[in-house]
Design a protein around this ligand. Sequence first.
Ligand code: ADP
Length: 304
Amino acid sequence: MEKIIEVEHLQKSYKKVQAVKDVSFFVEKGGLFAFLGPNGAGKSTTINTICTFLKPDAGRVVVNGHELGKEDGQIRMDIGTVFQESLLDDLLSVKENLELRGGFYGLKGTDLKAAVEKAVKWSETEEFIKRPYGKLSGGQRRRCDIARALIHTPKILFLDEPTTGLDPQTRKSVWNTVKRLQKEEGMTVFLTTHYMEEAEDADYVVVIDAGSVAAKGTPFELKETYTSDKMKLKCADQSLAVKSLQSMGIQYKEIADYIEINGKTTKEFIPILQKMQETILDYTVEKGSMDDVFLNITVREIRE
Ligand code: ADP
């Protein structure tokens, strides 16, 4: 396993607001990394610092072997960023925009042509490359923003809520492009998102809350730790079923015409099902979701 980003004891304040208190984590090369947290948690401050746009107050950040504060130029060559606000010109065509951005990285002639072709292929923007950026739909624009971020073949792609504001179908299709970049092109993807189904696809997740890391792990580990699984039973004779559960010492809730049982893992439900199979008419088992993980970790913030 190779670490491509290392963040150690990062701190950043804006006057009296301690936006990032003491944040440490790392990102594995080639992985899909999700950085989650409620609004105001310190995500943008952390990302802007890693991307060299903000100066940290304390801490150490290393990106692809380059130390922040000492080798910022090299870091900027290794990263591509798609943030909320677009950097492209509405009046220029997608191709012209990409050529212009490529020029900023010193690309020209056949190198520039090849770079534009590759960025277009990766972002799947072939269809509208000749159209003005300002005339495109939200999803098409987002793809162009991704193409711009890829023009210099970065090692790491930073995406700050890449699918926010898109309709569900477009969101899915842009998200599929992001996943393909990571899986097929070996790009490391650093993502913030409010869509938990996107976080579900991540190799590793860090949740920050009020400027500190609140939890980290794979989606599977986080679900194991912060959620419980649920089984709902519909029984032929509910009072008989309840007696049977009591005799097994199982905690349950009767809700209308079904019984709900919580378990740390779905495996705990197997002996219950076996023992009660005579009376069970139907049942469902629900795993804890990433939504539950996020809500359970950051619930204090939401209540406030
Ligand atoms: P997130 O991206 O998770 O929503 P931010 O990093 O934008 O969080 O913000 C973290 C905290 O820092 C918030 O309390 C926010 O109001 C504050 N903050 C962010 N940027 C600035 C700024 N430029 N000046 C003052 N306070 C800021």
